[in-house]
Design a protein around this ligand. Structure first.
Ligand SMILES: [Zn+2]
Length: 542
């Protein structure tokens, strides 16, 4: 559609906290005679056909009239997309690359270059909305629209209403095609339940606030990786000193992460001390520029509680040479008038690591703890849930050798399940890698399985590609189908655990097995996985 033909088209104006995708959807609705293709061509020029809702592209091609009302491409990127969340922990070169790509070109491999495709949080950012906001927006603005603050990965509760933000079924990776679609009740669903435990609500709120604060800093700040690493190390040292002998960073982080894990995209957070150790070490040993901001924000929320004390700690690691990139105005805005040293001591001690005094257990409480131990629940989770110390739990276990044996067996079974799930899910995410490469990617998981579950591990590795180039003809599709089925079955099993107790729906499985949609695109392959998915879909309908 020629620009001149639409010279008279009025341009819609921004609503509060609105995304760029949302204003395009409203413009599409406004130009009601247009098809999806004609709106896309009008926005981004002839030949443009794809619709993206998370990262924009070809912003320089927007009609002049739209630029006048919506602002420059830079303004659109920094004020109306989730991209600024990815800037503070990235290098300047990478940010220039992002700005250049989304202004001039199609996205291409941008998500891969940002490390999202291979990261633990995935590269998909599904559209999200809050039911309460939907109703309010219709009354206030006459239309329900996509709020920017809801779209960031890691924001799970509506900042305004505190209710669980729901995920839109349209424009997902497995959808036939993406559309200019505005939020509506029949399009949004929940893959998790509204948290009822006040501790979980608090953690989700704090993480969500931190995500939004980081995104607000956006392009104005680039953190130096060595300063970030220094701030983490110092805070962990303080925690070890101030919380006496009961501080166990790995177990604490695992317990913290277990509470976040049911919420997308946090499913792959480390929930065992072993995995938590790898997670922490990766952030405190080597300065990193390519880690997903959520990885840092999990660490920040875990150690500092909130984002502002982290900025205060970081400030002390800034040297004079980076004053030019670290604007004092932003520091003031984010940290307020809180002196940097205030985050030390009491503030951290009081946060999650409450001092646990020895307690005389009432019989009722003792029974509840025994119930958890019988199920093999981790000691730290029990301590957190019932406000008792680890030594109290150890005392209970020592007093009953049968209980001790049952607990150890259960823990081993759960650990076996977790390690197998990690291995199978890594195969699913990297179907073409050889056992050797996968072993290098997951050394600890491999070692654990090698020592404890060797037969299963060997059976798995036999079905994997050999790693030699040029043997495409020998792909064992049956083995891949079986592996995909195992990934799906593990997700179904996890969904049935008493901790979550949710019916497992197909969209949940698609969200948690990131390669599934790509596999199913091969129409003549994966018959067993298709059958399994069909049975899941049938059972959730009945
Ligand atoms: Zn809301």
């Amino acid at each position: 559609m020629a620009d001149s033909a639409n010279a008279s088209v009025p341009i819609v104006r921004w609503l509060p906290d609105e995304t760029f995708f949302s204003i395009c959807c409203r413009q599409h609705r406004f130009m009601c005679r247009g098809t999806k293709a004609s709106t896309t061509a009008w926005l981004f020029g002839e030949g443009s056909s794809s619709v993206q809702h998370d990262f924009p592209s070809k912003l320089n091609s927007l009609p002049q009239k739209a630029k006048e009302v919506w602002g420059s491409p830079l303004n659109i990127i920094t004020e109306h997309t989730i991209l600024p969340l990815f800037f503070p922990f990235q290098s300047k070169e990478k940010i220039r690359d992002v700005l250049d790509t989304v202004s001039k070109n199609s996205l291409g491999t941008l998500k891969y270059r940002l490390g999202l495709v291979t990261g633990r949080f995935g590269a998909e950012h599904p559209l999200k909305a809050c039911l309460e906001c939907l109703k309010e927006d219709r009354i206030k603005h006459g239309v329900a629209y996509w709020h920017l603050s809801h779209q960031y990965p890691g924001v799970t509760l509506c900042p305004k209403h505190g209710t669980l933000i729901r995920i839109c079924s349209a424009n997902r990776q497995w959808s036939d095609s993406a559309h200019w679609v505005l939020p509506a009740e029949d399009l949004i669903a929940s893959v998790a339940e509204q948290p009822v435990c006040p501790t979980v609500v608090q953690i989700l709120k704090r993480l969500g606030h931190s995500v939004i604060e980081l995104a607000t800093l956006g392009i104005s700040v680039q953190f130096r990786p060595e300063d970030v690493m220094g701030a983490y190390n110092e805070a962990i040292r303080h925690l070890s000193v101030n919380t006496e002998a009961c501080f166990d960073a790995e177990a604490d982080l695992a317990s913290f992460a277990s509470q976040l894990q049911p919420y997308l995209p946090l499913a792959s957070l480390p929930t065992t001390p072993q995995k938590a150790e790898t997670f922490i070490q990766s952030l405190i040993r080597t300065p990193r520029v390519n880690s997903h901001p959520l990885k840092h924000l999990i660490m920040i929320t875990y150690i500092f509680g909130e984002f502002a004390p982290f900025l205060g700690a970081l400030n002390r690691f800034q040297s004079a040479c980076d004053q030019e990139t670290y604007s004092p105005d932003h520091e003031k805005q984010a940290v307020g008038d809180k002196p940097a040293h205030r985050f030390k001591g009491q503030e951290i001690r009081d946060r999650v690591f409450k001092k646990l005094k020895p307690k005389k257990l009432k019989p009722e409480l003792r029974e509840q703890i025994l119930g958890c131990l019988r199920k093999g629940v981790e000691k730290n989770s029990i301590a957190e849930r019932y406000g008792v110390s680890i030594s109290t739990i150890n005392r209970i276990l020592r007093a009953d050798p049968h209980m001790m044996a049952a607990w150890i067996t259960q823990r081993r079974d759960l650990s076996l399940h977790d390690h197998r799930a990690d291995w199978v899910s890594a195969i699913g995410m990297n179907p073409d890698v050889s056992p050797k490469v996968l072993r290098l990617m997951l050394p600890k998981v491999y070692q654990w399985l090698y020592r404890n579950d060797n037969d299963w591990l060997m059976a798995q590795t036999k079905r994997m590609p050999s790693g030699r180039v040029g043997n495409n003809q020998k792909i064992d599709w049956g083995a891949r189908d079986r592996q995909l089925c195992e990934s799906i079955e593990l997700i179904i099993q996890r969904g049935k655990t008493p901790a979550t107790n949710l019916p497992v729906r197909a969209d949940h499985i698609f969200a948690l097995v990131p390669t599934l949609h790509r596999c199913l695109e091969k129409r003549n392959r994966y018959p067993e996985a298709r059958k399994l998915l069909e049975s899941v879909t049938q059972s959730t309908k009945t």
